[in-house]
Design a protein around this ligand. Structure first.
Ligand SMILES: N[C@@H](CCC(=O)N[C@@H](CS)C(=O)NCC(=O)O)C(=O)O
Length: 209
């Protein structure tokens, strides 16, 4: 397997899941910050021009939710995905929500504002509304973590590394993440995991931003 990733990007979730599985894999850094994701070389691998992508022996999988579901199902002994229908649904409920209502909306409104309007004068308003949307959905995440050690089914799963991505981004977007004590404790538990520590070191990033 080969992971295409960018430090601190949403690919971090896949990187952590791979490290949790513990089998050898290759990785290639394709920065999402300097245009490398749009390079001809990378577009020839992944037409979407986004990370993460996972090559499994000549077949490419994209999208955090799809890749981590594939990994969870492929290595059931690691128990990163439940086996029952409702448990799987709960994980996919989280993953879909995070990729759409968090990543593709409020995060993108701030960091990819040009995708919402070509009118530069509209950007400030889009970003401001993005922060309102972000605070709203982060509050919902905080409530859902109440009384939970782990996000889905109260069992460590593919959802938890993805939540760490958004925890870090919250700080980087200027939210005080300490206003979310349940999520802050969850992030603290994540940072104690050897797989998470290993990936943070490889990517050269901090755990909280
Ligand atoms: N829906 C995709 C989103 C992928 C995505 O937007 N990745 C970002 C990094 S977090 C990226 O590659 N950005 C580069 C760009 O937008 O040009 C997923 O969940 O994998």
């Amino acid at each position: 397997m080969k992971l295409y990733y960018s430090p601190g990007a949403c690919s971090l979730a896949v990187h952590i899941v791979l490290e949790e599985i513990g089998l050898p894999y290759e990785r290639e850094l394709i920065s999402s910050m300097d245009g490398s994701t749009e390079s001809a070389m990378y577009l020839s691998i992944n037409q979407k021009g986004r990370v993460p992508a996972l090559d499994i022996g000549g077949t490419l999988i994209t999208e955090v939710s799809a890749i981590t579901t594939y990994l969870g199902m492929s290595y059931p002994q690691k128990a990163l995905l439940p086996t029952g229908a409702l448990g799987i649904a709960r994980c996919l409920e989280w993953m879909s929500w995070l990729s759409s209502s968090v990543h593709a909306l409020p995060v993108a409104q701030n960091w990819r504002t040009e995708r919402f309007s070509d009118d530069l004068s509209a950007h400030e308003g889009i970003q401001a509304k993005g922060m309102v949307n972000l605070a709203d959905v982060y509050q919902q995440i905080e409530q859902r973590l109440s009384g939970q050690t782990w996000a889905a089914n109260d069992h460590y799963s593919i959802v938890d590394p993805y939540l760490l991505v958004f925890y870090r981004w919250g700080n980087r977007l200027g939210l005080d993440m300490n206003q979310f004590p349940n999520w802050t404790e969850h992030a603290g538990r994540m940072l104690q995991r050897p797989a998470v520590q290993a990936v943070l070191a490889i990517e050269g990033i901090q755990g909280d931003r």
